[in-house]
Ligand binder design. Structure first.
Ligand SMILES: *Cc1c(COP(=O)(O)O)cnc(C)c1O
Length: 348
């Protein structure tokens, strides 16, 4: 038997499905797809895609061809879309052989795709984020006219804010829809879905909120927490008054105390931002504050509220995304994608 790592990322697949369904309802006449790039924001793309595909999702967005390759055999290739497009000839050959659609982001990519004889693709038009995407001034190019576009999309820069850029981008996207024929029209990410029906088109692309993130107040009460990071206690120790804990001795015990050392550190994405601020919980709900600095693969917690705990017991990390973002100063996106390779990701 292989040894199990002392930390695991438990996935609540019912919450995942319920978030996807709710985002679908909030998308009105449009259907909701799923952004599963970056290993489904760190949750484990293969388990996330399996759960969502079973629930009926049929539009999965990854970033690179290599991410699509990791999902081979798990999802129908025609249900996958590679957002960054064919970056080179090797990508192009892979995508054509597997019949996976790239998103074309420039005339250069359009040329690469057409020369190789690529078929159906998606098209990203830049309406104001100035990242990837074809500038609107190039929409009339003859290469674009030759593309067989399935999803015509654009991406909002400030959907999580009340910015005039949102309406401006929406208006430009509606202009592009008059110029390019496509099967589907897609603009909204998670936050964009609640900006209103005129942002929906026929397909939305939530990521963050599928996984429990709440980027706008309209989504409060609609979205459930999906992940539960858990970590095992490696050692319990008793510390005398006046002793310090951890690197640089930033915490001093004012009275004798019992502490637990858990197998979680900044190498796992539990950054030093949590030093003296983070919170863990015992299985019966006792609150265990983090003491002193986070180390690379260790954190010390106060066991005052649960002195019966012992080595081998599992603790839950307080990681409710909006609150955790407020405490740590990290974004909800960072909180998810930071959780490292050392977490076991048991099949849902
Ligand atoms: C990541 C991404 C999304 C999902 O965005 P969220 O804010 O996580 O909902 C949608 N569309 C594109 C093009 C993306 O890159």
């Amino acid at each position: 038997m292989k040894p199990e790592p002392p930390l695991r990322l438990v996935l609540d697949s019912e919450a995942l499905v319920s978030n996807w369904r709710r985002l679908g309802e909030l998308s009105g006449k449009a259907r909701a797809g799923a952004a599963v790039k970056a290993d489904a924001y760190g949750l484990g793309a293969s388990r996330v895609v399996q759960v969502l595909a079973k629930a009926g999702c049929r539009d999965f967005f990854v970033a690179y061809a290599a991410e699509a390759a990791e999902l081979e055999g798990i999802v129908d290739p025609s249900h996958m879309c590679v957002l960054h497009g064919p970056l080179n000839d090797a990508d192009t050959a892979f995508l054509i052989a597997r019949k996976i659609r790239p998103t074309i982001n420039s005339l250069e990519q359009a040329q690469r795709w057409l020369v190789a004889g690529g078929g159906a693709c998606d098209l990203m038009v830049d309406t104001g984020i100035n990242r990837l995407g074809l500038p609107m001034s190039e929409l009339g190019n003859e290469l674009v006219a030759r593309l067989e576009v399935q999803v015509l999309m654009s991406h909002l820069a400030s959907a999580d804010e009340d910015s005039p850029l949102n309406a401006q981008q929406r208006a430009r996207w509606i202009e592009t829809r008059a110029l390019i024929k496509a099967r589907d029209y897609s603009l909204a990410n998670s936050a964009g879905i609640v900006l209103g029906p005129e942002y929906h088109g026929t397909l939305t692309r939530p990521g963050l909120s599928l996984y429990g993130g709440i980027p706008r107040p309209e989504l409060e009460g609609e979205i459930a927490q999906v992940i539960r990071p858990q970590v095992a206690i490696m050692q319990v120790r008793d510390v005398d008054a006046g002793e310090t804990i951890g690197y640089n001795a930033t915490f001093t015990a004012s009275s004798p105390m019992r502490v637990g050392v858990v197998a979680l550190g900044y190498a796992d994405g539990y950054l030093r931002a949590w030093s003296g601020k983070g919170m863990l919980r015992s299985s019966d709900g006792a609150v265990l504050p983090v003491l002193g600095r986070i180390s690379m693969d260790m954190t010390v917690v106060n066991l005052f509220a649960a002195p019966h705990l012992k080595a081998g017991d599992w603790l839950d990390l307080d990681y409710s995304l909006p609150q955790a973002a407020g405490i740590s100063g990290l974004s909800q996106y960072e909180l998810l994608t930071l959780l490292g390779r050392r977490f076991a990701r048991p099949q849902a």
